[in-house]
Design a protein. Structure first.
Length: 365
């Protein structure tokens, strides 16, 4: 366990500060996500946002944060390890679970479904929440991202589209079950290439895509995949104004990526990441960076809102259950107005953004 992971775990377990307890009932939270390993670039800061959300929500509702006991554990992005971790955590009979990412949540979910506690999933899988009544997602995912693609493609009116996507079951499911049928129905000619997680050289794949001569390219994967794909596209003269990148493009905005490498690209964005869109976002960004020395992306912002939802359910109803969480919906968060559909998935909050020639972010409506 790294020093950073130990620090997060100790800080979260020790949270207990000012406030008068409105309900003394202990709320045990089992956290089980990748804090180390390659996927930690995406999820490693999650509990930083969660910690800040707990503190702020406890202060808002005048409750003692010491009643919220978070056991933050690292599953290293490995499903077998995530199962082993949750089995140990369940000995303490948690009231809430937070798991991720997609493969790890999928491995853990059947165990948590049996105990019937709220299960917040840090996952992009299109249909994972729908498969269990206590599965919840306060995070943009492929299910809510797909209609954003429909709107974007309807606006751009391409005749041909080519996708470069990560070869994950969740990504393949999104395209095969949601996006490809829509394009077929609308008469768009479509090609796709799926690359493996460990791919290092994207040149041949990008050349193949270029030969297809599409009007629009769709690029999906983690930020450490999409950035080299974008660089390869630049090498082969592909106009970034013809490229639409998934949500992970946002990480590039906060990781000191040269702005000239980002100009022209369209990308999926949370409302939180659109300048001026959500009132509480700038303050959160400023305080997060001052506290942790890192810039928060939408993942940490939604972690903040997840913690705030848990505290609000406890403060208003004396317990945290799937039922009491639904009772406080819709919920005003720093990511915007948070609401859950009948499947437990967040509603909306994904839009299209574009980096203009001045390096500024424009929302595409």
């Amino acid at each position: 366990m790294t020093k950073l992971v130990r620090l997060i775990a100790l800080t979260l377990l020790a949270i207990g500060f000012s406030g008068t307890t409105s309900s003394n009932a202990e709320v045990r939270i089992a956290g089980n996500i990748p804090l180390t390993g390659p996927i930690a670039a995406y999820s490693g800061k999650y509990f930083m946002g969660f910690e800040m959300g707990l503190k702020d929500a406890c202060k808002k509702h005048n409750v003692d944060c010491s009643q919220f006991k978070l056991d933050a554990q690292d599953n290293a992005g490995k499903p077998p390890q995530s199962v082993s971790v949750i089995q140990k955590q369940m000995i303490n009979e948690p009231h809430v679970a937070i798991t991720g990412t997609s493969a790890e949540s999928l491995a853990i979910a059947p165990l948590l479904d049996k105990v019937g506690i709220p299960h917040f999933m840090v996952s992009f899988d299109s249909f994972l929440a729908k498969r269990g009544k206590d599965r919840l997602r306060v995070l943009p995912n492929y299910k809510v991202e797909a209609p954003m693609y429909y709107r974007f493609l309807s606006k751009m009116k391409p005749k041909k589209v080519y996708s470069l996507t990560l070869n994950f079951s969740s990504t393949n499911e999104q395209f095969s079950a949601l996006i490809e049928p829509w394009m077929k129905k609308t008469g768009i000619k479509y090609g796709r290439e799926a690359y493996d997680f460990g791919t290092k050289d994207y040149n041949n794949m990008v050349l193949k895509a270029k030969k297809y001569n599409p009007d629009i390219y769709l690029v999906s994967g983690y930020s450490f995949h999409v950035y080299p794909i974008m660089k390869a596209m630049k090498t082969y003269g592909i106009d970034p104004n013809k490229v639409m990148v998934c949500l992970d493009f946002i990480d590039l905005l906060y990781n000191n990526t040269p702005i000239d490498d980002l100009k022209g690209y369209y990308y999926a964005s949370s409302e939180y990441d659109i300048p001026g869109k959500v009132a509480g976002a700038p303050d959160f960004f400023k305080r997060f960076k001052a506290t942790y020395g890192k810039s928060p992306s939408y993942v940490e912002a939604y972690a903040y809102d997840t913690a705030a939802i848990i505290v609000a359910a406890q403060a208003k109803h004396g317990k945290v259950t799937t039922e009491t969480i639904y009772k406080i919906m819709p919920f005003q968060g720093i990511t915007g107005m948070v609401d859950l559909d009948e499947d437990g998935d967040i509603i909306g909050t994904v839009t299209v953004a574009h980096i203009n020639n001045d390096g500024k972010v424009d929302e595409v409506k």
